[in-house]
Design a protein around this ligand. Structure first.
Ligand code: TYM
Length: 336
């Protein structure tokens, strides 16, 4: 039997932050050893909110460089651009026609983003999880490694696959494989530095709320220094009254590569004045090699293009096969 497969992606909107790294990319780096990995830049998703055409292609390259800088190996994993494989958009249309509207109106992310945007909400923003279902199901992955915030979208993906199988397949010969989410307990929900009850997010208007992977050491130190805390002495995990404390300790554990127990012991007696510089220094050191590799890669466009060309070929070979299978099941004639 061949390797099992994973698939995941990130939107190239704004800079990637510690949440994207700890909730997603870092896990992919481990998983690529054991699984056949398909990792992409979700640039079709990036235009579901107002975007700047002058930045889109550049941001897509930046995310590709970030994947590799964080340790994704293009020889092991397939890295590709969503919009280069047109099967994504095409399968999304087919799914649109079998997905009930009220499944999408329930999506938490849609509700949150729609509120932020007021009047200016596109159909794309509502339809986004259907495109995500297409992204996933085209590659027939076994697992989809994501952060906690994507859980509902993965449930919808499973529902769409099951509905298509039920309507157009048979129990013995399902058309699409139904994937499982893979959400790690630690790192799956990195919280904002300005509010420990809100997730760290690219779209938060406050730059202080997140650590970007490309932040200079001074910025990292300043942001942690100003991060919201509480007046209590002694640091602890899992106290619901102290969400910021839990978040910052968890970041320290992940970035230092220490267990929760070890960090709980180490920091039990500490005050913020002692802990914050320790956390900042740990983050600076953890990000340093990634940042060095990232700037090298951004200066080597030829190499990045080679990786994406190869990724496009490998991804397309699988995606168009699945698309053909679905079109066949829906009764389409073959192109002549
Ligand atoms: P995006 O671009 O918002 O986030 C990319 C990945 O980072 C994770 N993440 C977090 N994890 C922990 N803490 C946080 N604060 C945090 N913020 C983000 C996300 O869970 C995600 O794994 N719709 C997706 C992109 C996408 C996709 C797909 C993912 C499109 N098609 C198919 C998987 C499979 C998104 O907007 O992720």
């Amino acid at each position: 039997m061949g390797k099992q497969r994973i698939l995941s992606g990130i939107q190239p909107t704004g800079n990637l932050h510690l949440g994207n790294y700890l909730g997603a990319i870092r896990n992919w780096v481990e998983l690529q050893e054991e699984y056949e990995a398909f990792l992409f830049m979700a640039d079709l998703h990036a235009i579901t909110v107002p975007h700047d055409p002058a930045q889109l292609a550049e941001n897509t390259y930046k995310v590709a460089a970030t994947y590799i800088a964080c340790g994704i190996d293009p020889e092991k994993a397939t890295i590709f651009v969503q919009s280069h494989v047109s099967a994504h958009a095409e399968l999304a249309w087919l799914f649109n026609c079998i997905t009930p509207l009220n499944w999408l109106e329930r999506m938490i992310q849609f509700k949150e983003k729609a509120i932020k945007q007021g009047e200016n909400v596109s159909i794309g923003l509502l339809d986004y999880p259907v495109l995500q279902a297409a992204d996933i199901l085209l590659y027939e992955p076994d697992r989809v490694p994501v952060g906690e915030d994507q859980k509902q979208h993965l449930e919808l993906t499973r529902d769409i696959a099951a509905r298509l199988n039920h309507q157009f397949g048979t129990e013995k010969a399902p058309i699409l494989k139904i994937p499982e989410p893979l959400i790690r307990e630690v790192g799956a929900r990195v919280m904002s530095l300005t509010d420990g009850t809100k997730k760290m997010s690219k779209s938060d208007p406050s730059d202080q709320s997140r650590i970007d992977l490309t932040d200079a050491p001074e910025a990292i130190i300043r942001k942690f220094k100003r991060a919201k805390t509480d007046p209590l002495r002694g640091l602890e995990f899992d106290n619901p009254e102290r969400p910021e404390c839990h978040n910052l300790l968890s970041l320290y554990a992940l970035l230092a590569g220490k267990s929760k127990q070890a960090v709980a012991e180490e920091c039990r007696e500490m005050g913020w004045g002692q802990f914050k510089p320790l956390l900042a220094e740990t983050a600076v050191e953890a990000l340093r090699p990634i940042q060095t590799r990232y700037s090298e890669l951004m200066d080597d466009r030829t190499y990045l293009e080679k990786v994406l060309r190869q990724g496009n070929e490998r991804a397309g070979a699988i995606a168009f096969q699945t698309l053909a299978k679905v079109k066949d099941a829906l009764g389409y004639s073959k192109p002549l």
